[in-house]
Design a protein around this ligand. Structure first.
Ligand code: HEM
Length: 366
């Protein structure tokens, strides 16, 4: 080969190699993005947790706990948690609170007797600007040790089209993989259903870490413990209850005066399962009353200040941090996805009754 043609050949080859290199890098990036988004490889993403809901529920509503009511209130610290955490909320006398009571069902039109899960969400804003957001359920523990277990539980308990009930073989396979869920199944079958939002205890379920002035850490879980007595209903009372019984009861009680819950912190001891929300801690763990929440008013969620809030439980103030509970970590992304979907629908004018406008047939996300 002549010298000139050799140079041309090498130059061409170099260009070709560069082009191939760029193509390979681009393809790798596209594949990496597609994998991260869960488009192939069966990877579980936040979308996996929300997959059914956008088609089924009307625009603008939460993808779970769709039926709810906003509340306003005040948290008054007792000072008892100050030795454990520098969070200002534990010392401040009047912390304003925005919150929401809801049913566990995703359906915003669910009758109040259709689910045993009732919930409280709250956002405490201290005078140093730090916020503490939380979501609490009346269940005492989570069914499974991780978030994938939650998906498998949903799948296992889906009624089959042939029988209208869950397939016993699928349920058995789920319980074999997640034996800890048996405890939840038993609780669900036997524990009384609450007849009032006011008398329910709301539990954080996941674990968190308090940090004191010297940087010392203390793992905790907490509950909102009601001053109002717990009331349950018989099966027939429940079956006959009106569609909005629980929400009407809450409004009637608040017409007579405020409702109160103590914020009770349970302190873990070494060896307690901090990273497993399906395991309860021994009953003799030390508890302190960090303060009292007064709920003074409720507002329709279409207008109230809670509508567009993401009560993300990983949004904690200085002085509180997250544990390594895998369910807590998974929830942050799921909530953010649900929140951005619903506020986008509101922003683009797709929502109707979720924002207090008359519902059109087309407003459903079919
Ligand atoms: C992997 C498990 C879970 C999944 C997939 C899940 C999913 C969701 C979704 C999609 C929402 C709607 C969020 C929004 O649009 O703002 C929601 C709300 C809620 N979740 Fe979860 N959740 C899980 C675990 C839990 C646990 C363990 C608790 C209780 C400690 C809880 C309590 C709540 C409450 C109280 C709400 C309503 C909050 C509000 O009123 O804004 N969830 N959940």
């Amino acid at each position: 080969m002549k010298k000139n043609s050799l140079v041309t050949y090498l130059k061409r080859k170099r260009v070709l190699l560069i082009v191939i290199g760029i193509a390979l890098i681009s393809a790798t990036l596209v594949l990496a993005f597609a994998y991260t988004a869960g488009l192939f490889g069966g990877r579980i993403t936040t979308q996996t947790f929300l997959q059914d809901t956008p088609k089924t529920y009307p625009a603008g509503y939460r993808r779970a706990h769709g039926k709810g009511i906003c509340f306003e209130g005040t948290f008054r610290a007792s000072g008892q948690a100050v030795p454990y955490s520098i969070a200002r909320v534990f010392a401040q006398q009047n912390v304003p609170v925005i919150g929401r009571f809801s049913l566990g069902s995703p359906d915003p039109y669910a009758p109040d007797n259709s689910t045993r899960t009732v919930s409280m969400a709250a956002m405490l804003t201290a005078d140093d600007g730090e916020q503490w957001r939380m979501k609490l359920n009346n269940e005492p523990f989570f069914a499974t040790r991780d978030a994938e277990g939650f998906l498998k539980q949903m799948e296992a308990y889906k009624p089959t089209s042939a029988t209208g009930i869950p397939d016993p073989a699928r349920v058995a396979a789920f319980l074999k993989e997640y034996p800890e869920a048996q405890k939840y199944v038993e609780w669900d079958a036997t524990a009384p259903w609450t007849r009032s939002f006011a008398g329910a205890q709301y539990n954080v379920i996941n674990s968190f870490i308090l940090i004191d002035a010297n940087g010392k850490k203390q793992a905790v879980r907490w509950s909102m413990v009601p001053h109002a007595p717990f009331t349950s209903w018989s099966v027939s009372q429940r079956e006959e209850a009106s569609h909005d019984f629980l929400f009407e009861d809450l409004k009637k009680r608040l017409e007579k005066g405020s409702l109160y819950w103590d914020l009770v912190l349970t302190l873990a001891e070494p060896g307690d399962p901090v990273n497993d929300p399906s395991q309860v801690w021994p009953e003799n763990r030390r508890q302190i009353v960090a303060g009292t929440l007064e709920v003074s008013h409720v507002f329709d969620q279409t207008k109230g200040g809670c509508r567009d809030v993401n009560f993300d439980p990983t949004r904690v103030p200085k002085g509180i941090t997250l544990s390594d509970d895998p369910v807590l970590a998974a929830r942050a992304g799921i909530y953010s996805h649900s929140h951005s979907d619903r506020v986008r629908e509101i922003g683009y004018g797709k929502a109707t009754d979720a924002v207090g406008k008359p519902q059109k047939e087309t407003s459903r996300n079919k």
